[in-house]
Ligand binder design. Structure first.
Ligand SMILES: [Zn+2]
Ligand SMILES: [Zn+2]
Length: 115
């Protein structure tokens, strides 16, 4: 892993998946790009925008953006990674529903997850 893959001073892009918020989608869990702060949805989510961001940008390392979780993952090596604390906020708001965002989740969301 190159050191540029983790930029501790870069804040997150927002409180939800950039692409899902843009196109009316929804997510299960959120991941934060450790390099540019992009928030994307996890691979269990229908659109898997965190993985898509890695493929498009080449930014390999994410950190969980879920409350109470601080683990890192490196897509290119498919291994857990280690890193410093990132700039706040380090997770989505505690009161944000799972799945989210509020109002965009279909009632049959369970059948739409990737497992
Ligand atoms: Zn998404
Ligand atoms: Zn990125």
């Amino acid at each position: 892993m190159t050191s540029e893959a983790i930029q501790p001073d870069v804040p997150p892009s927002g409180t939800g998946c950039v692409e899902c918020l843009d196109n009316g989608g929804w997510w299960f869990h959120l991941r934060r790009c450790a390099q540019c702060g992009h928030i994307g949805c996890c691979d269990t989510s229908p659109a898997q925008h965190a993985t898509a961001h890695w493929r498009e940008s080449g930014h390999p390392v994410i950190q969980s953006f879920e409350p109470g979780e601080d683990w890192y993952w490196n897509f290119s090596t498919e291994e857990a990674a280690n890193g410093p604390a990132l700039a706040p906020a380090t997770s989505r708001p505690d009161d944000q529903p799972v799945p989210g965002p509020a109002g965009a989740v279909p009632t049959d969301w369970r059948s739409k997850l990737n497992r």
